[in-house]
Design a protein around this ligand. Sequence first.
Ligand code: UDX
Length: 437
Amino acid sequence: MRISVIGCGYLGAVHAAAMADLGHEVIAVDVDAAKVDALAQGKPPFFEPGLPEILSSSLASGRLRFTTDISEVAGASLHFIAVGTPQSENSGAADLRFVHAVIDALIPHLGSADVIVGKSTVPVGTAEALSHRLLAAGSSATLAWNPEFLREGFAIKDTLSPDRLVFGFGEGPGALQARSALRDVYSQAIASGTPVVETDLATAELVKTAANAFLATKISFINAMSEIAEVTGANVTELADAIGYDARIGRKFLNAGVGFGGGCLPKDIRAFSARAQELGLGSSVAFLDEVDAINLRQRERVIARVIADAGGDAAGLRVAVLGLAFKPHSDDVRDSPALDVAQGLLAAGADVVAYDPQAHGPALLRLPKLNLADTLEQVLVGADIAVLVTEWPEFVALDPRVAGDLMAHKRIVDARNVLDADTWRAAGFHYSSLGRP
Ligand code: UDX
């Protein structure tokens, strides 16, 4: 199929490369010329395992092209919208500027039988408003919604073999044609048994919002338990294991620690709360404000713990911060708990040095004064205390005897609950974590 993908960020660049990998002819558009140039050379402007490989092979096949010129979408009949919907500057609501701008830019180039497919995460009601915008401009193209559930770090796999496909359609005459176009474009995943949920536009939009709200709630639930565990002497990891054996609960997303970050969960729960308030339904999701508050509190808890474990005085304390990305296998520092911990310790007067295998560039853009080390060993040299805030495999595998030889004092705060407490204590460390004795 000939398709266009508009917006070449994490979502769009991966989607465009994956669709070309499946055999479709893809024109990918972005307003950022530097990003388009980099992608056209097979170099993604962010770290995503496997992306450079499928980008290069798709470019070499001739099935994938990048451009800044929106008029080039005219040869395609199916257009995916993959632009960002960031948090507004002055509120928790989603900023839909880019989505509206894309629809306006597309309209002059659309054929009457074209299908537009929204993938961006939007507040419920947006698709209907966009359909009206198309009609008002005299376009007879059809709008459908197909939310994306990819996780950074696993984006290629999640796009090529998703857990489920969700298609939302309006009531207009183009719905049948949109359905057949979406079934064609995802024919391989569907043939291999991926469940498909076909629904209306509002449900499709809400599925994404609800899924992320649920995941965020799960994490904040276990972090709230970790606060209780800490005071009562209970062990939150064993608690998570025990409740996780109940198939109705499940063990995934019950890892207590410094909490969730990234470009999705934090902004999506705030946007959901803002949208619910607009609808007069603020109380229905008021719990999400608490989910957000619990999550942000974890960052403060970790900062306070580092200072307390090192004797109570942050001034001049040499702290090794292990990790800056919001999670491993990513260089994304948007709303990163790790970066906030580094920043909080700096603000408290500590002498902070950080190391992350991938996120130094993006971290420096947000925190230019941050001192960085080139390797894990270097960041530990002379440290009074280390704090593990992103569970990269090389941190999880760190040998406490090696760390102890490099550091000035043997102290570590495990803010992701991933190290073996007994091993670290046996090596002479003062080891502490969140919600475990
Ligand atoms: C998330 C959703 O998983 C994905 O479906 C959606 O499309 C986009 O948002 P992502 O932001 O890539 O994906 O990260 P995810 O793997 O969900 O992790 C989110 C955050 O939660 C990370 O900061 C992670 O460290 C944290 N987390 C996750 C926990 O603190 N504890 C857990 O048990 C799981």
